[in-house]
Ligand binder design. Structure first.
Ligand code: SF4
Length: 733
């Protein structure tokens, strides 16, 4: 009141509000943004795993700055990281447990919420069997929470049907590594970007999607850089050679390269004989099926360009192959990974500095769920079907081995299909937003509307998914809890709590222990546990002796070194960049990697006269996944406020379109309307591109629910569409 009067009389000039200071980290800035203390942590967006510090003032997050000597990020952050503290105070944070009654949400206590969840799920399981309950997780929790969640779901709730949204981005890499090397786990290190003399990026636009990795790429001035991508992406612009291959023709390119390597004896015969099997079959297959001319015809590249790439890679001292979603988002994703691994194995370019087939992961802790989760493997990359592995786990946990499943449950898309078919009746969705992110949205909506009970546990509400829930559990997010993330190079980094979660939100770890208490299994499964470190200590024992061995790590050591790469067994002290398979011993029983012949299939949604354009989907640097977080960060939202469609000038001219027209994009499954048109040579004739972040203009209205039969990853790309002008209003005069 006094302040208002002062302002009215012109006495209060808001000097405190508008005071500026010179801050060593932020420069000339508002005094209200200067931190009283800085908390070291790891970025919670992507899998690069940048080290950062959160500035806190009066208990509130006020800034983020790079961690100067961090081994991954070297003090740099991208726009998302630099503004990440703003997600903590976003207006759409979930702050109370809510249950839906008569179509409206009402507040309940945590005890009521947990009681309702357990009662409903137990009732449904009693009626329809334990596997009528499904769980869809995320790559956003800390590893300690993933480990706890997997145990709770499988041994507490007793369902096998648990998977994560990581299946939407990384499952093909996981399956591909398992088929080629006998185990998941990216073999290389970021240091390989600097140590290689040839770098081939396949379907990897790291300039937009993993921006801080680009400093490692650009830091190597000597390497010959090749980017294979249908679009002239920002990453392609950094390359010495851009291979603008046709959509989904990467297997043809890789087979063409492999054929040249064999024909010109650019292979390492001693390595092949000692460390691999399947060479004769692969060689015969390539000689019969893949002359370079066929690779050229399928890819649209000149045959001599493919030969040149093969020679450059084959003659390299250290050749580094890296990929992301351009490879994984495919019905042949896992096989494409095998074709990439073939090149490394044929040439013996694996396990040395600069030489690796390297999958760049998506989310900040997708790797954590791969290591500890119960989804694609048992914890520690143990195999469901291996009785000795189940016995080993059961002994560590003190439970009968029969309680550990001998086969994996349904993968994410199959959980959705089972919900649509009425076999999954209750679903628990954790920190993900499938209504925006899952392909073929109409099918997803049918599945969710068929459920008897839907729980959504998330840091944000409302989201398009949480609005459909019967129960919403508010969760703490990055910056509000402690644990570890693993990045793409297997580096385990510390995540620290800087501020308290808002309202009644709790860490996922606390929610899981509360559920265990209500289920009556807390003392059996989580004896004496009160904090994430308890889970970390047990996980160290579970991972001991496995490829992802954490047993020599401590929170203190991890913090001290800005992360530690696994394997890090007891008594290990070397913190220099580490690589897998340095001795050529792989994780199959005979120790040999597998060379796998892979043929190239046409993609499932081929263009026709009615749907003549091939739609590609992807990301932009400003946003994260479904924009639940980044739409609330003003600077990011202003830079990219809406979706767009990229179209080549020749197609735009033929269709009579002009830049910034509003257009409708229609596939065999649905349509997305009033998308801004960008006419650009970034895309080739016959192709269009749209980012997938925007719920308002959701590209997943048109994408297809076709999945890799091996990895179950969706084919988000290569979808046949036609594009028409939107009705009104829209067209510029
Ligand atoms: S590159 Fe990834 S990890 Fe690094 S600041 Fe950006 S979003 Fe965070």
């Amino acid at each position: 009141m006094m302040q208002g009067l002062g302002r009215l009389l012109g006495i209060d000039n808001l000097s405190e509000k508008y005071a500026y200071v010179d801050d060593p980290a932020l420069g000339h800035t508002s005094a209200r943004r200067t931190a009283e203390r800085w908390v070291k942590t790891t970025c919670g967006y992507c899998s690069v795993g940048c080290g950062m510090e959160i500035g806190v003032r009066a208990g509130k997050p006020v800034a983020v700055r790079g961690w100067e000597d961090h081994p991954v990020s070297l003090g740099k952050l991208c726009p998302k990281g630099l503004s990440e503290h703003q997600t903590l105070a976003a207006p759409n944070r979930a702050i109370h447990p809510l249950r839906k009654r008569n179509g409206r949400f009402e507040r309940v206590t945590w005890d009521q919420a947990i009681d309702q969840m357990v009662t409903e799920i137990r009732y449904i399981q009693a009626l329809h069997g334990p596997d009528s309950f499904g769980v869809i997780g995320t790559g956003q929790l800390v590893t300690e929470e993933f480990y706890t969640l997997g145990k709770l779901v499988q041994l507490g709730f007793g369902t096998k049907n648990y998977d994560g949204n990581t299946t939407l981005c990384m499952a093909s890499a996981v399956s591909g590594y398992k088929r080629s090397f006998g185990c998941d786990g990216p073999p290389g290190a970021y240091d390989d970007f600097r140590a290689a003399d040839v770098i081939l990026l396949i379907g990897a636009n790291i300039a937009d999607n993993h921006p801080v990795l680009c400093q490692h790429l650009e830091g190597n001035r000597e390497a010959f850089k090749i980017v294979a991508d249908p679009r002239v992406t920002k990453t392609a612009m950094l390359a010495d050679l851009h291979l603008a291959l046709k959509p989904r023709s990467d297997i043809a390119l890789l087979n063409g390269i492999a054929r040249v390597l064999i024909d010109e004896n650019l292979i390492d015969r001693a390595y092949i004989d000692q460390h691999t099997e399947g060479f004769d079959d692969l060689s015969a297959f390539l000689k019969k099926e893949w002359p370079v001319e066929r690779a050229a015809a399928v890819t649209g590249l000149a045959a001599d360009v493919i030969v040149h790439v093969a020679r450059v890679y084959g003659r390299a001292r250290a050749g580094f192959l890296a990929w992301t979603m351009g490879v994984n988002h495919s019905t042949q994703g896992a096989e494409t990974v095998n074709a990439i691994c073939n090149l490394s194995l044929l040439t013996g370019k694996l396990g040395q500095p600069g030489a690796s087939p390297f999958s760049i992961t998506g989310q900040c802790n997708a790797m954590g769920t791969r290591e500890t989760g119960f989804a694609s493997s048992l914890p520690g990359y143990r195999k469901f079907e291996n009785a000795a592995h189940r016995e080993e786990l059961a002994n560590i946990w003190g439970v009968p081995a029969a309680r550990i499943p001998s086969a994996r449950g349904l993968a994410y898309p199959d959980i959705i299909q089972a919900a649509a078919d009425g076999q999954i009746k209750a679903l628990w969705i954790i920190a993900t937003n499938p209504v925006v992110s899952f392909p073929n949205k109409p099918q997803l909506e049918r599945a969710l509307s068929n459920l008897d009970f839907l729980v959504v546990q998330d840091g944000f509400h409302p989201t398009p998914t949480s609005e459909l829930a019967d129960l919403v559990l508010p969760a703490a997010i990055w910056g509000e809890k402690e644990g570890t993330y693993t990045n793409s190079e297997r580096r385990v980094s510390k995540v620290n709590k800087a501020v308290e979660p808002p309202g009644e939100a709790r860490s996922d770890f606390e929610v899981l222990l509360h559920l265990a208490t209500r289920l009556g299994c807390r003392q059996e499964l989580f004896p004496g546990w009160t904090e994430p470190k308890d889970a970390f200590e047990e996980w160290k024992r579970v991972s001991r002796g496995r490829l992802c061995d954490y047993s020599g790590m401590t929170y203190e050591l991890i913090e001290k070194h800005g992360g530690l790469q696994w394997p890090f067994p007891e008594s290990h002290t070397d913190v220099s960049p580490s690589r897998l398979y340095t001795d050529g011993h792989f994780e199959f029983d005979n120790g040999k990697a597998r060379l796998i012949a892979v043929d190239c299939q046409p993609f499932p949604d081929a263009p026709t006269d009615e749907f003549p354009l091939v739609l590609n989907t992807g990301r932009t640097v400003e946003h994260w996944h479904t924009r639940t977080k980044t739409a609330q960060v003003a600077i990011l939202e202003r830079m990219a406020p809406n979706a767009w469609l990229e179209m080549n000038p020749s197609d735009a001219q033929r269709l009579g379109f002009r830049s910034h027209d509003r257009v409708n994009v229609t596939s065999r499954r649905g349509h997305v309307d009033r998308v801004e048109l960008r006419i650009t040579q970034i895309v080739a004739p016959g192709q269009v591109f749209m980012p997938f972040h925007f719920s308002e203009t959701n590209v997943n209205e048109v994408t297809q629910d076709a999945f890799d039969p091996i990895s179950r990853e969706p084919n988000y790309k290569q979808c046949a569409v036609h594009v028409t002008l939107s009705d009104s209003p829209g067209r510029r005069p």
